[in-house]
Ligand binder design. Sequence first.
Ligand code: ASP
Ligand code: ASP
Length: 342
Amino acid sequence: MTSAVEQRGSAAVTAVSSAEQKTWCRPHLLGLEDLSRDEIMILLDTALALQEVSTRSIKKVPALRGKVVANLFFEDSTRTRTSFRLAAQRMSADVMDFFVATSSVSKGETLADTARNIEAMGVDAIVIRHRSSGAPHSLAKQVKCSIINAGDGSHEHPTQALLDMFTMREHFLPQGRTIADLHVAIVGDVANSRVARSNIWALTRLGAKVTLVGPTTLCPDSFAGFGVNVVHSLDDVLPHVDVVNMLRVQFERLTSAAFPSVREYSRFFGMNEQRLSRCREDVLVLHPGPMNRGLEISSAVADGPNSAILRQVSNGLAVRMAVLYLCIGAASFTSRNTPSNP
Ligand code: ASP
Ligand code: ASP
């Protein structure tokens, strides 16, 4: 007999199946750089289909029942880890959290050994955050289970960029505007930001116009090689953009003084009410969190009507459900065996 949860789940999963059927055949999500436009759209459309699950009184579908997801986080994170945990649980997967400080890695075990041991417990996916760029990619070569990148050094943070784009679509699609119609400013510590890199790859692939803004020390002109504009005056750019994505200053990654003082940084690159008044009326303000309030963004803007910062957090759940579903869901095992589109 079909359970109530299963019945409720079937509608969302049917919607998902038609969205994902065509071309998703990756077991891993390592980054957005290599994804095609179609693959990014499959992720966003699947997230849209699954978003509705979080609005139900019983927030659960059986799509990943019997699957096991392991969170392996080598860098501090509360929100991303919790978001992945909840996403997996909403799809009925079991979740294990590994804390590096208490794991054998701190006793000298290599990353690959740790992952192989976790995999040997029957895990279907490892969600990894690591301070070294490329750690998820090398792990993907050493284990058979799915690897999901939850942030590697300053390289990529694919689910953050996907939820950023999901939030842009949610805001602009009702006005008939797609991502390709948008001009997005990514502001601040671009050089050290994995969020910026993942956004750059995906937004440009989807046809958005992207302008990077920041001091030359944190926003080098060399980024122009990625098909984006690079400018150093925030005030000049603001009147022309639809989205302002404010990056956190990555103090933990700064190797030398990148700006004279926090007050100076805030004066030139902080988003505040006065700067907001230079923007288009319906400009969307994003921030990946955690915020340095009063530095890159003022509380009045962060908590104001143009801010979608809490929507980003909610949307992160739907995006991570979609990623897990596509990479380890039953449907993907079939499609993985069929040749991918050219
Ligand atoms: N907010 C950051 C992120 O979403 C760090 C965290 O996970 O707490 O990646
Ligand atoms: N939470 C994002 C990350 O982990 C952004 C940040 O920490 O600044 O990259």
